[in-house]
Structures are given as structure tokens and as C-alpha cells.
Design a protein around this ligand. Sequence first.
Ligand code: SDX
Length: 388
Amino acid sequence: MARGNQESMSSATHPDYRPGLEGVIGGITKIAEINSASATLTYRGINVHELAEKSTYEETAYLLINGRLPTAHEFEHYKRTLAHERPIPESVSNILKLIPRNIHPMDALKVAYSALAAYDPDYAAAPTDHAANVRKAERIIAKAATIVAAHWRICEGKEPISPDPELDTAANFLYMLSGERADEETVKVMDASLILYAEHTFNASTFANRVTVATLSDLYSGIVTGIGTLKGPLHGGANEEAMRMLLEIGTPENAEPWLRSALAGKKKVMGFGHREYKNGDSRAAYLTKMAKKVAEKKGVPKWVEIGDIMTKIMVEEKNIHPNVDFPAAYAYYMLGIPIDLYTPIFVIARVAGWSAHAIEQLDNNRLIRPTCIYDGRSGVPYVPMADR
Ligand code: SDX
């Protein structure tokens, strides 16, 4: 049955049912708030734009996990812990060498975190042990960039590069990919994008992560669930699909005809639309400005030009705005990041949000188990195999 028919029938016969759980309250959180009307996003009460401007990914991760900004002393200690935790065990690196090279890095991330769970010194801790969960979160956050870069290099037939203890997450990621230290502006764009991607309330992957840990499973299982859920193009996978779409469009001249034909064909335009924002995603606006600066510096205006044309038409024709994945796509492209790494970069950032939510869930846990409406056959007799 077509989705439209199913939904209209459901809303007519079951007025309490919300397809896709739209508008349903899935829980209470103190971690972040989306204000749809004003299109603002805060982490622990602080506007995400202010964090992208003044903070770093590490400080933002501390804020998300611990509920407040660190003091100078706490931050020094936190950064040392992250630096210490960044390397991955050689055996996990070897697992990444053993798996097929043609798999998407998101699948490699699931493999790596599944294996890493077994190496965590708090492996045997109770799932509701808050202090152990905070330590696990530090290890999970520290290792994401190392896994992504190591797997990428292995697929390229190169040896992984160890993290540099002097560098933070964004700079280390870029360094571990190429073996060269990136310039300050590139690191700033990467760092700000990590801050903007770090957390976003009850999005699909975070909700799935909370469902997993709420069975009294562990943080790593929640992370693996989150990665699997983020991978799809309706969620985090959209940043890669958006760039492939931009490459297909190719030129600013082709943007309008391509888009009008896509809309006429009822195609989903990747990097546009959002369940929670109907007046635009403020992260997209912020990242678009950053992408424009990168375009100017690199002398490559075409992606921004195509982006502007598409945004104007989408808003005028459909009142649908770009989401964070749209400018992230062409910003990363202009920085020379391989397209298959865009959604993994989302993971490098979102492990902070997922971990904070898993800890919040386990600190005050109840199994998450919604109900459903049965719409199938009833009273069906069992027919023996020989009679079918
Ligand atoms: C992320 O939830 C989060 O917070 C996620 C996220 C995070 O930080 O965690 O913000 C990250 O996942 C961003 C979203 C990335 N996905 C995409 O860019 C894929 C393209 N976008 C869409 O498929 C869509 O907008 C969703 C999936 C994001 C939202 O889907 P909804 O809320 O279920 O809306 P819908 O698909 O039911 O669309 C409602 C209407 C439809 O038109 P009608 O049938 O009512 O006429 O809007 C249209 C849709 O066709 N529409 C689009 C569109 N998005 C919505 N039409 C064309 N292109 C689009 N992108």
C-alpha cells in the first residue's frame, strides 16, 4: 500500500496515531532544546552559534556530557584524557584490515565500536554506573576520529597514522587522514561543523540509541545502534547524497532546470527539509556562511552559487529550507574531504550527543516500548505444510 493511502486511512480510523511519531513526545531531556518557531538550538542552555563561534568541539562535548562548561583546570584534564584515549588497540585496527574494503565507512564504524566495547576497562561495570558511563563516553568520543581515519587509510592501502597528542579532534582527524597538519582556517571550519553536528535532541539515531540503552544494555551498544540509524539518507546519510546531487547538477546554470524537474518528479531533494524546523535550520544558516568564506578563499564559488539558487527555489516553491547537511556537504567538498567520509564525520561529532543521551537515559531509566495498532488478519487457521 502506498504510504499516502496508509497514512490517510490511519489518521481517519485512528486519530491518536501519528505516522513517523510526528509531534509525539518521546521523553524529557536537559541536554538540548530546539525552538522551532525561532529556529534556535541550545546545548545545556547555550546557543549553538555561540559555541561554534567561541568554543571547541572538546569543550562542547564536555558541556553535553557533564551539563556545564569546564573550568580551566577541568578542561586541561579532559583534553589530556581525550589525548590519552584517542589511539585504538592494534587488534581493532587489525579487524578493520580484515573486513572487506568495499564497505561504507559507516559499517566499519559499527564493527570498530562493537569490538572496542570489549577493550573498555569499564566493560563489566553496571549499565547504570554513572561514573563508569562518563568514562566510557570519554573513550567513545576520543576514538571516533581515529577509527574513521584509520579505516580510510586502510582502504587506500596505507598504514593508519597514530593520533598526535598535541592536536584536538578536528585537527587530529585531518592530520590522521593525510599525515599533514591542516591550516588553521580548515581546522576551524571542521571544528565548528563538529560543534553544530554534536547534538540534536530526539532525532532518529539518538532516539534509537536511547531505546537500546533503556533495555539496560551498554553505551557501546547504543553507539552502534546510533551509527546504523544515522547511516540512512533520510538522516545523516543526506550529507553524502547532497554532494552527489550537487555534482550531478554540476553548474549554476543547470541548478534551476535540475531542481524543477526533480520537484516535478516528486524527488526528495537531499539536504532540504526537517521534521522539527519549518522556518529553517539555524545550523544550516551558520554553516552556509562558513562555506561562503571557504569558497571565497579557495576561489571556487560554484557550489555556493548552486546552493543559493536551490535554496531560493525550494523556499519560494515549497517553503522547504536547507538543513545542516546541505552546506556541510559542499563545505567538506571544498576542504577536499572524500565524500564517503561526510556521514562518518557526523558520527565523530554526534558520539558526544549520543553518549550524553545514553547517560541521561540510564540515570533515570524506564524501558521504552510504545504500543501499536494491529491492522492484520485475525482468526487465521494454521494450515499443515502438506496442504499449502
Ligand atoms: C538530519 O531529526 C533531526 O534532528 C535530524 C538531524 C540531526 O541533527 O540529527 O537534523 C540531521 O537528519 C537532517 C535531515 C537530513 N535528510 C535529508 O536532507 C533528506 C531530505 N529530507 C527529507 O526527506 C525530509 O525533509 C526529512 C526526512 C528530513 C523530514 O521528513 P518528514 O518530516 O517525515 O517530512 P515528509 O517526508 O513527510 O515531507 C513532508 C512534505 C512532503 O510533501 P507532501 O507529500 O506533503 O506534498 O514535504 C516534502 C514531502 O515530499 N518534502 C520534500 C523534502 N522534504 C520534505 N520535498 C522535496 N525534497 C525534500 N527534501
